[in-house]
Design a binder for this molecule. Structure first.
Ligand SMILES: [Zn+2]
Ligand SMILES: [Zn+2]
Length: 304
């Protein structure tokens, strides 16, 4: 299972319809949080995202992506959390996230580690990597991609039985690509039993950015791209000035990268909840687009 829940989909300041930036990713029972704008903890409660997370990834330190972390950490402390939490972010992490953690007079009740990241960094995990890439918003802003590792090919149990391979450890070894010796002296290789390796899924979160080649590169062939679309085409000049993208520009990135689906987020307060004009602009360039809404969950299935 891999899904995203949009906790906040608005730009700059909260509105009745949209809270500020936060995106939770659920994968195989694990929850990762990307950005944590003001009020994110209440959005997590409202939309059923558990507090058992252990990592938050920040794209940059504008207030609309950051201010929720102080309150979230206080609440986790009140819940008698003892498990450590790691906060990741681009340059400035120690100073800015450190200040956010220590704001107020309470002492943090559990260990919090702050890890500074930069474009090109890769955090390897058992089944996926978190890849950090450059964005074009302000100095020291980044985006993140979750890139699942390639999975073993499909194992054919019928064929294994036909070949007389007893169910058990030998099946596992064949599945991992080994040739195994049977009791009767025959040896059996995986070519007949195991399909081609299957690609994992890739999910990419741009954070705030102008259209940028590094985002295209990170999103190449991705299953899902979450790209900011703060403005519509009528505000193209303003998007340029403020380091943001229009809906059509975000769709252009999706098209160039050849992603399967695009979700637009970080919508300016000037647009309505459904932002039909942004949707139309983007779909004219890249049809497989939707506009995120607070509370929306998007599943990311395997391509096969
Ligand atoms: Zn923002
Ligand atoms: Zn920003």
């Amino acid at each position: 299972m891999l899904s995203l829940t949009f906790l906040g989909t608005g730009a700059a300041c909260p509105t009745v319809d949209r809270n500020v930036a936060a995106l939770s990713l659920q994968r195989e029972g694990e929850t990762l949080l990307f950005d944590c704008g003001e009020g994110s903890q209440r959005q997590m409660m409202r939309y059923g995202v558990g507090f058992s997370l252990s990592e938050i990834f920040f794209t940059h330190y504008h207030a609309d992506h950051l201010l929720g972390v102080t309150g979230l950490l206080r609440t986790l402390g009140l819940q008698d959390r003892t498990a450590p939490l790691t906060l990741y972010g681009p340059r400035g992490a120690q100073r800015i996230l450190g200040a956010a953690i220590n704001l107020g007079i309470e002492r943090n009740q559990f260990p919090v580690e702050i890890v500074e990241l930069g474009p090109g960094d890769r955090l390897p995990r058992d089944e996926y990597d978190i890849v950090v890439f450059e964005t074009d918003h302000r100095a020291d802003t980044v985006g993140y991609a979750l890139v699942e590792h390639t999975r073993l090919g499909r194992f054919d149990p019928e064929r294994a039985r036909e070949l007389g391979v007893p169910e058990g450890p030998l099946w596992g070894r064949l599945h991992r690509g080994e040739t195994v010796a049977l009791d009767d002296g025959r040896s059996v290789g995986p070519h007949d039993l195991v399909g081609a390796p299957r690609p994992g899924r890739t999910v990419v979160y741009s954070g705030d950015t102008r259209p940028h080649p590094a985002v295209v590169e990170a999103a190449r062939g991705a299953d899902l791209l979450v790209h900011e679309a703060t403005f519509g085409g009528e505000e193209a000049a303003r998007a340029r000035e403020t380091g943001h993208s229009t809906a059509a520009e975000a769709a252009g990135v999706a098209r160039e990268a050849g992603v399967r689906r695009l979700v637009l987020t970080h919508i300016s307060p000037r647009y309505t909840r459904d932002a039909p004009e942004l949707l139309a602009e983007a779909r004219a360039v890249f049809p497989e687009t939707i506009v995120a809404r607070d509370g929306m969950t998007v599943e990311v299935p395997f391509a096969e």
